[in-house]
Design a binder for this molecule. Structure first.
Ligand SMILES: N[C@@H](CCC(=O)N[C@@H](CS)C(=O)NCC(=O)O)C(=O)O
Length: 226
């Protein structure tokens, strides 16, 4: 199988973490795609131009991190990231959606700061900065929920991939005033699957020339902003 990613994409990182957690590293080739570039050769592979994109062994391509994760999780017939039983299933879905909602806002923010300075919208930048502050306040409370403290699940992975965007968005300073969230995140960040997929820092991301491969990226030869 092949998984197309960009090194800074939080959605691709969710899938990459699931691959490592499921021990599928030897079965999935990770390839850096060239996104957001006119006429990128990647568009012939995935016309939507988005990552992550999984090409299965039968050649069929899958989009959407949630679908890709579910597919990978079920490959061995022993899903580890399924929903818990009963009422807790709704709690798990609620928290995963909340984490995804935060990631969606951060992805917009990250895309905006990747534009040339004179194309950035101050309105969008401010809107996303404010959203991220409200979400960090909310997560500092929700982080004590049993779903966030139990066995690794997609709500936890998604939230950690969102918070990890502090490396890409210099103004995303969610740590001050949120000691519980800091502690939760810092413990998860050292887990090998998280450490191995940590996004490159903002300076690398925004200074990298568009047509140069990012150093040390598996399958590099292609670059991307997010
Ligand atoms: N809902 C999708 C979101 C994927 C997405 O927006 N990926 C971004 C990177 S963070 C992307 O590929 N952007 C390139 C583009 O929009 O052309 C998922 O969960 O996989």
């Amino acid at each position: 199988m092949k998984l197309y990613i960009t090194p800074g994409s939080p959605y691709a990182r969710i899938a990459r973490i699931v691959i490592l957690e499921k021990g599928l590293g030897g079965r999935v080739e990770i390839i850096a795609a060239q996104t957001r570039l006119a006429d990128s050769p990647y568009y012939r592979i995935n016309p939507s131009g988005r990552v992550p994109y999984l090409i299965r062994d039968d050649g069929v391509g899958l989009e959407e991190s949630a679908v890709i994760c579910a597919y990978l999780d079920h490959l061995d017939g022993k899903p580890a990231f399924g929903l818990p039983a009963g009422e807790q299933a709704w709690e798990a879905r609620r928290l995963e959606s909340l984490a995804r909602s935060m990631v969606d806002g951060l992805a917009v923010w990250s895309r905006e700061i990747a534009r040339p300075q004179d194309e950035r919208s101050p309105t969008i930048l401010q809107h996303e900065a404010h959203r991220s502050r409200r979400m960090a306040d909310l997560w500092d409370v929700e982080i004590d929920h049993p779903v966030m403290r139990g066995a690794l699940n997609l709500a936890q992975i998604t939230l950690a991939c969102g918070l990890g965007l502090e490396a890409r968005i210099p103004d995303f300073r969610w740590r001050p005033g949120h000691p519980k969230l800091c502690d939760w995140f810092d413990r998860l960040a050292v887990r090998p699957s998280f450490a191995a997929t940590a996004p490159p820092s903002a300076s690398l991301a925004t200074d990298a020339p568009r047509n140069k491969g990012l150093q040390g990226t598996p399958g590099s030869g292609a670059s991307s902003r997010s």
